[in-house]
Design a protein around this ligand. Structure first.
Ligand SMILES: Nc1ncnc2c1ncn2[C@@H]1O[C@H](COP(=O)(O)OP(=O)(O)O)[C@@H](O)[C@H]1O
Ligand SMILES: [Mg+2]
Length: 263
C-alpha cells in the first residue's frame, strides 16, 4: 500500500454498532486504497464469516453509513451512490430479462441511448464469453451457475466503473468453473484496470488475483494484517507452480491462522 498516491477509497477509524454501542460489529477499521488510474488495484479481504466484510463493501457502495468514522471516495464523503459495480455470491440478475437486457439495463440508468446500450452490452457479453446466449433469460437452469456469474460480471463492468466490489463472487461455483472465472477476471482487470475489493475464503484465489491482501479479525471486526503480493502483473495459471506463489500461499495461511486466534 502506498500513501504517496492520492487514495481512491479511504476508511478512517470506521466503527459499526446496531445496539447503541453495547456490541461493535466493526471497530477502528482503517483502509486506504491508492488510486492508480492507468493500472488499477486489486484488494482482497480475508476474514471469518460475520467479521464485517460485506458491511465494508456496503459502505463503499454508498448503501450504508458507519456508526462512526469516515468513508471517503476521492477524498469526499459519499453523498450519492458512487459509480461502483457490484457482484455477489448469489445470482443477482433479473430472471425475467434476457442476458442482453440485464447487461444493458445498467447503462439505461445512466441515460445512454438505446443503440449504444445494445452495442456496449454486446461488447462486454462477448468479452465474458456469453456470445450466442444474449437472448436467453438470465435464470437457472436456462444458464448454468458459471454463466450467470458471467452475466453478473458483465453487468458490473459494462459501464466501466472505477470501483468494482466483489463479495465472494465465485463461492457457489464448482472448481473448474471457478478457475475459469479467475482467468476471466484477471484478463478483464488488465483491460479495464478498476480498483477492485474482492472478498473470498479461498487462499490460492486471494494470492492469484490480489495485489494486496488484508486480514480481518472478528468481534469486533478490524483489519489487522496485510500482505503485498509481489507477483508479476499479468497472472497466468502457470504462476501457481512458481515457488514464490506457493510461499505466498503459505504466508497467507499462516496469517489467517494467527488472525483467527486474535481476541
Ligand atoms: N442490520 C443488522 N443488525 C444487526 N446486526 C447486523 C446487521 N447487519 C449485519 N449485522 C451483523 O454484522 C456482522 C457482520 O456482517 P457481514 O458484514 O455480513 O459479515 P461478513 O460479510 O464478514 O460475513 C454479522 O455478525 C451480522 O450478523
Ligand atoms: Mg459477507
Amino acid at each position: 500500500m502506498s500513501e504517496n498516491l492520492s487514495p481512491i477509497i479511504e476508511l478512517r477509524n470506521v466503527g459499526q454498532t446496531y445496539d447503541g454501542g453495547e456490541n461493535w460489529v466493526l471497530k477502528n477499521v482503517d483502509l486506504v486504497i491508492p488510486d492508480k488510474p492507468a493500472q488499477g488495484e486489486f484488494v482482497v479481504l480475508l476474514g471469518m464469516s460475520g467479521c464485517g466484510k460485506s458491511t465494508l463493501l456496503r459502505y463503499v457502495a454508498g448503501l450504508q453509513k458507519p456508526t462512526e468514522g469516515q468513508v471517503l471516495i476521492h477524498g469526499k464523503t459519499i453523498d450519492q451512490a458512487p459509480r461502483v459495480g457490484m457482484v455477489f455470491q448469489q445470482y443477482s440478475s433479473l430472471p425475467w430479462l434476457s442476458v442482453l437486457d440485464n447487461v444493458a439495463l445498467s447503462l439505461s440508468y445512466k441515460g445512454v441511448a438505446e443503440k449504444e446500450r445494445q452495442e456496449r452490452a454486446m461488447d462486454i457479453i462477448k468479452k465474458v464469453g456469453l456470445e450466442g446466449h444474449e437472448q436467453k433469460f438470465a435464470q437457472y437452469p436456462t444458464l448454468s451457475g458459471g454463466q450467470l456469474q458471467r452475466v453478473a460480471i458483465a453487468r458490473s463492468m459494462v459501464a466501466n466503473p472505477e470501483i468494482l466490489l466483489m463479495d465472494e463472487p465465485f463461492g457457489a461455483l464448482d472448481i473448474n468453473t471457478r478457475l475459469q472465472m479467475q482467468e476471466l477476471l484477471a484478463t478483464l482487470w488488465l483491460e479495464f484496470h478498476p480498483t477492485v475489493i474482492f472478498v473470498t475464503h479461498d487462499i490460492s484465489e486471494a494470492v492469484y488475483l490480489g495485489d494486496d491482501v488484508y486480514f480481518m479479525k472478528s468481534n469486533p471486526g478490524e483489519i489487522v494484517q496485510h500482505i503485498a503480493v509481489d507477483l508479476p502483473f499479468q497472472r497466468t495459471r502457470e504462476l501457481k507452480r512458481n515457488p514464490h506463489f506457493i510461499e505466498l500461499v503459505h504466508q497467507v495461511e499462516d496469517k489467517m491462522v494467527a488472525v483467527g486466534k486474535l481476541k
